[in-house]
Design a protein around this ligand. Structure first.
Ligand SMILES: Nc1ncnc2c1ncn2[C@@H]1O[C@H](COP(=O)(O)OP(=O)(O)OP(=O)(O)O)[C@@H](O)[C@H]1O
Length: 601
């Protein structure tokens, strides 16, 4: 007998995605994520430090060498000695350049693993959130992942830039202080004290700079929004006589943006003060102190060398530090913040009050209604259905009628607007996520195969992949008709290159993965669409021998005929029954059967 699938009472259940307990991570969390990643690269940091020290050595000795060229060469009218010291100067500069080049491989060793680690974190986080019940379809799509990986590139670039700028500044400042000590120890306080004060001022400015830059960005965004809204509704504002109120709102946004820009400009001006205090004040102090310094034994060459240190080495390094760190720190922080957000796994909303799914459970839908969007026509309306333990159900219907949506709802990937889905009396919102993944497998049409061994690909849905025996894996591959693929690959430990596999082979691997998993219920959403009718039959028969429930979104009529029952979705009046019952009861079903390729029947 054909049954009309019941559809009566609507019960309200809150959507899981209304949970607000997940707070977006703060910028500090983002920077912590970066610091943690850097901590893993200690060896590369050490190598970078060593080569940087060698590259800073020329700056250290160049003062003394230059002073000698002037004092012992030019001022002593000894051109040969002057040329010799200048040649030494050129040589140490060359050594510095070579050592500078050597800093790049360890820098890459720090930055590339940082990039990989961040990338792994964000891709895993994005995919986990996409797989979270209630996540919008396509949230973990290639596009979503690509968008976030662009942030990773931004973090990699700015992290390596910042690292080099800060580190080079530390070495340069140390070289200037030590070089000056060798030339005239009494001149050191004239450089070190203003430089120290400038660095303290800069450190104090950083938080305020970040705060003001963020405020400026937000004000700019708000102004853009308000302008677009005001201009877009100009006609309505005029016709309602609300033009003045609208203009006042826009004017306020302009004033707020101008205020944040002014406040940012003030703090940017203070950056110039840092350079002036740290590099220009020492120049003035040295010039003023020349008589006193020469009285204490400083030579003319020494004076020129110290001034060269200040103008040619310290001032550019300090300027780079202040502009580089000040300018891109916020960008780095915001990008790191986005990454920390993207790396967050979704909170397990069920963990606190979860209930275990009983073994061999039925799948039940009670009055399920679902629409994509608040005002949209429901795809499913008041659908009630029980799929008995071990039953094989096929779902059929015209294209776009909601078969995949139903598969997602049955798997707990999409939360219905009304009604409940329960696994053995336990409503899905009460099933812990880990239990849900253990209880069912949903195979979509696009099979996912990753670079790794065949064994790793097969075991990735299992509770403990290491415990799956070779016999079980071979049984799955042979049963599902993938023995040809196995002999081509050679062994279970053969490396898979997804680009070298056909879509049918990828589907066979995904099917075998579901077969060896511990899931009691397997939902196949056109998961055999790239297999020919015979291969599809072989795969489905293998699943029929496997203990458990199978729900198939049918791709061919032959697939539907193998099922115990068939659910026909037709929008308003879903029907359930056997092939023969539906042929009699539903003209739509008869029509669908007629449309299917007769060779596949
Ligand atoms: N994320 C979404 N947002 C809005 N509408 C969607 C979304 N996903 C699917 N739809 C629409 O919902 C309807 C049902 O889609 P669904 O994929 O469930 O149908 P289907 O029966 O599986 O189709 P097909 O047989 O072509 O795969 C379609 O009209 C589709 O365009």
């Amino acid at each position: 007998m054909t049954l009309r699938v019941s559809a009566v009472q609507v019960r309200t259940a809150p959507r899981a995605d209304s949970d607000t307990s997940t707070r977006p991570p703060t910028g500090r969390q983002g920077l912590r994520l970066l610091a943690e990643s850097l901590r893993h690269s200690r060896r590369a940091m050490l190598l970078l430090s060593l080569w940087s020290l060698v590259s800073a050595a020329p700056a250290l000795v160049s003062g003394k060498v230059l002073a000698n060229a002037i004092d012992r060469g030019f001022l002593a009218h000894d051109t040969g000695a002057a040329a010799l010291w200048l040649a030494v100067f050129a040589l140490v500069t060359l050594v510095g350049a070579v050592a500078g080049r050597q800093t790049f491989p360890p820098l890459a060793d720090i930055v590339e693993p940082l990039r990989d680690r961040l990338l792994r974190g964000v891709v895993t986080g994005t995919l986990k959130r996409a797989a979270d019940p209630g996540a919008p379809r396509g949230a973990g799509s290639a596009v979503a992942v690509a968008q976030i990986t662009r942030q990773v590139e931004a973090v990699r670039d700015s992290a390596s830039g910042q690292l080099m700028i800060v580190w080079q500044f530390v070495l340069t400042a140390a070289a200037v202080i030590l070089g000056t000590t060798a030339l005239a120890p009494t001149a050191v306080p004239l450089i070190a004290v203003p430089l120290g004060l400038a660095l303290c001022l800069f450190a104090m400015l950083i938080p305020s700079m970040i705060r003001r830059q963020r405020a400026a960005y937000l004000a700019e965004e708000r102004l853009a929004r308000v302008s677009v809204d005001t201009l877009g509704s100009l006609r309505d504002l005029v016709s309602c006589g609300a033009l003045e109120a609208g203009m006042a709102g826009a004017h306020q946004a302009v004033l707020a943006q101008a205020a944040t820009a002014r406040s940012l400009a003030r703090v940017a001006a203070l950056r110039r003060l840092v350079v002036a205090l740290g590099a220009h004040v020492p120049i003035v102090l040295i010039l003023l102190a020349i008589p006193a310094l020469t009285r204490r034994g400083m030579t003319a060459g020494g004076v020129v060398a110290v001034l060269t240190y200040l103008t040619g080495v310290l001032e550019p390094a300090l300027r780079l530090l202040v502009q580089g760190v000040g300018g891109s720190l916020l960008r780095l922080e915001i990008a790191a913040e986005r990454l920390a957000e993207a790396s967050c796994p979704p909170p397990d909303r069920t963990a606190a009050q979860s209930t275990a799914v009983p073994a061999g459970f039925p799948v039940e839908l009670r009055d399920v209604t679902f629409a994509y969007g608040a005002g949209a026509e429901p795809i499913l309306r008041d659908l009630s259905l029980t799929i008995a333990p071990g039953e094989h159900l096929a779902v059929v219907g015209p294209s776009g009628i909601g078969k995949s949506t139903l598969a997602d709802i049955l798997a707990g990937m999409t939360v219905p607007d009304h009604g409940t889905v329960a696994y053995g009396e336990v409503p899905l919102p009460r099933v812990a996520r880990a239990d849900l993944y253990r209880a069912r497998v949903l195979l979509p049409q696009d099979a996912y195969v990753f670079t790794g061994t065949l064994r790793e690909n097969l075991g990735c849905l299992a509770d403990s992949p290491a415990r799956i025996t070779d016999r079980r894996l071979l049984e799955a591959l042979t049963g599902l008709g993938a023995d040809g693929l196995l002999s081509r690959l050679g062994s279970l430990d053969a490396q898979l290159d997804p680009a070298q596999l056909s879509t049918g082979e990828k589907q066979q691997i995904a099917l075998a993965r579901a077969y060896v998993s511990s899931a009691w219920t397997v939902i196949l959403d056109e998961a055999t669409s790239h297999l020919d009718a015979a291969a599809e039959a072989r795969a489905e028969e293998a699943f029929h021998r496997r203990p458990g429930t199978v729900i198939t979104i049918a791709h061919r009529i032959s697939s539907a005929r193998r099922a115990d029952r068939i659910l026909l979705l037709d929008g308003t009046h879903p029907l359930i029954g056997t092939h023969a019952q539906l042929l009699v009861a539903s003209p739509l079903y008869a029509d669908l059967v007629g449309q299917w390729d007769p060779s596949s029947v």
